[in-house]
Design a binder for this molecule. Structure first.
Ligand code: B12
Ligand code: SF4
Length: 492
């Protein structure tokens, strides 16, 4: 805020990080911004802040989101004045009101970290505002040309969420820390507004919920049931060919199968991303996933048989053995009939997670962004010691990407491409580049290059990189054009 000048609040989303670009992920999906700083694009946020500071030295700069909330120390060497801690709806609204009333930005404020005596100090803030009390996303205010940038696979896409918070406590996840373990739901009117405010060119919608439909019976009756009726009787008849994508748990799918089936058959639910995470019960337990391999298999099969396009998301533990990778490949082959695409991320100790706290005990340098940089947290790099040689580990990661995402140019896929070419021709330039992502993800050299780029030789053994065994190129799938193309690991 610049005293004496018109005051306003400008929200800036940092650019995508270089690792996500290296894997060509923006060519697979790019969503409208509703969320800010990821740990992986901390450098971009710091860069934006520095640019603002140099242009306008008196502007107050506020950071927010999971990364600075959970790891403010990594943002000490930045131009940030305040960091919003965790849920920002109530705290940031109060800060904006304060600025409007007093005409100046305070040096400290409830719900924010401020600088004090060489460290960040947090002033406790108000409780999180219930999701239902918020106003809807104002998608109708976006200039039409922006919508050409937002897409998932072959479809221009919109985005919003129905819920916040997660009752589970997976070791690799920050969600239950940022948003708490109590699930809060959006209001029906807001979600309807999110859909209604989309331009006619939009043919897809991504629910950014952690676990879609994770709610009590009462909450489901208040939101999801009437939303389904509205989608089936009002929205879809007006919009025709429209696909919904959700992320959810397999045990929840089985528990609420009738409702999921109704959404698939009548509500436009087309794509389900299941947090499968692991291929053994032991590893699921290690992640504290509180689910079983049997549930995963059963839900994948049943959802696919009902007509959903299933994407299985896996988290690869750094201490995975060759036998574990073999088991992953076996799992993928056995269930290939039902799993359309799979995404794999390396179990990364993200600041704020239990995994991070545990990993720091063994590798304290994880907290040092000079040793382990922000983009290292892009979930493609082993940041904790691997049991296999690091190069072998990446060969195996590339191997599971290869095993999972086989070329399969189905009739349905051809239909999707045709529709895209007719209805959203501006996406063709993206589609043409999409195979680059698959090529990068199936080549262990990309992983190794990224490893060296984001943390140097840390964790790399003595074997020189030149002895690295490249994969036969015939093994590398060259097309990502499976029906509708799922978002890749980074593009969940
Ligand atoms: C949607 C989503 C995506 C979308 C983002 C689309 C978009 N345009 O924003 C896509 C698919 C691209 C994506 C990609 C990735 N994602 Co993601 N994603 C999510 C998801 C499911 C929802 C985020 C969201 O929009 N929530 C709704 C908003 C309103 O909530 P919020 O972001 O937490 O914001 C609140 C507060 O944090 C705070 N706040 C946030 N920003 C700001 C800013 C200011 C100024 C203030 C005051 C407050 C504030 O106030 C908000 C309201 O309370 C979350 C899980 C989750 N539920 O949060 C994971 C999550 C954010 N993703 C995560 C990760 C790791 C990734 C990837 C790195 C994965 C990968 N392998 O590549 C990439 C990174 C992409 C990149 N930018 O480089 C992690 C981030 C953890 C971390 N510390 O970085 C999360 C938390 C999931 C997890 N399991 O831990 N993701
Ligand atoms: S991974 Fe999913 S189920 Fe586990 S804590 Fe995170 S949001 Fe919840």
């Amino acid at each position: 805020m610049n005293p004496g000048r018109p005051r306003g609040v400008l929200l800036i989303e940092p650019d995508i990080n270089p690792v996500a670009r290296r894997f060509s992920l923006p060519n697979i999906a790019n969503y409208p911004p509703i969320s800010l700083t990821f740990t992986s694009n901390g450098d971009e946020a710091i860069g934006v802040a520095a640019a603002i500071r140099s242009i306008s030295p008196t502007t107050t700069i506020v950071f927010g989101g999971t990364a600075p909330s959970e790891d403010p120390a990594s943002f000490w060497d930045s131009a940030a004045d305040l960091i919003c801690c965790r849920n920002g709806d109530a705290a940031f609204a109060a800060l904006a009101a304060e600025v409007r009333e007093t005409g100046r930005a305070p040096a400290r404020f409830p719900g924010f970290f401020h600088r004090d005596d060489g460290r960040w100090v947090l002033d406790p803030g108000p409780p999180a505002a219930p999701l239902a009390s918020l106003r809807p996303y104002a998608w109708h205010l976006l200039p039409n040309r922006y919508w050409r940038e937002y897409f998932q696979g072959f479809r221009p896409t919109g985005m919003s969420q129905t819920s916040e918070g997660c009752p589970y406590d997976c070791t690799f996840c920050t969600v239950w820390k940022t948003h708490g373990r109590k699930v809060s739901l959006a209001s029906l009117a807001n979600v309807q507004h999110d859909f209604n405010s989309l331009p006619a060119s939009i043919r897809g919608f991504f629910f950014a919920d952690d676990i879609w439909m994770q709610a009590s019976e009462r909450q489901i009756q208040e939101l999801y049931d009437p939303l389904l009726e509205w989608m089936a009787s009002d929205f879809l008849p007006r919009r025709g060919d429209f696909w919904l994508t959700v992320e959810t748990r397999t045990d929840l799918y089985l528990r609420e199968e009738d409702r999921f089936k109704a959404w698939i058959r009548r509500g436009g639910l087309k794509r389900i991303l299941f947090g499968v995470e692991a291929v053994t019960d032991e590893q699921l337990k290690n992640f504290s996933k509180r689910n079983t391999v049997d549930n995963n298999i059963e839900a994948i099969r049943r959802a696919a048989e009902t007509g959903a396009i299933v994407t299985a998301q896996f988290v690869i533990p750094c201490d995975a053995t060759l036998a574990y990778f073999d088991e992953m490949v076996r799992f993928l082959k056995t269930h290939r009939r039902w799993i359309r695409t799979s995404n794999f991320t390396v179990a990364t100790p993200l600041p704020g997670t239990d995994l991070y706290t545990e990993s720091l005990k063994v590798s304290p340098e994880l907290a040092d962004r000079k040793a382990v940089s922000h983009p290292a947290f892009s979930l493609f790099t082993a940041l904790t010691p691997t049991r296999l040689d690091v190069r072998e580990f990446y060969e195996q990661v590339a191997r599971v990407f290869r095993a999972a995402n086989q070329i399969h140019f189905s009739v349905d896929a051809q239909r999707q491409v045709f529709r895209m070419a007719v209805q959203s021709p501006w996406l063709i330039r993206r589609l043409v580049k999409a195979p680059l992502a698959l090529r990068a993800l199936t080549d262990p050299r990309t992983f190794l290059d990224v490893h060296r780029q984001v943390q140097g030789d840390r964790l790399l053994g003595p074997r020189p990189v030149t002895s690295y065994r490249p994969l036969p190129s015939s093994d590398i799938a060259t097309s990502a054009t499976r029906a509708g193309m799922a978002p890749s690991s980074a593009q969940r």
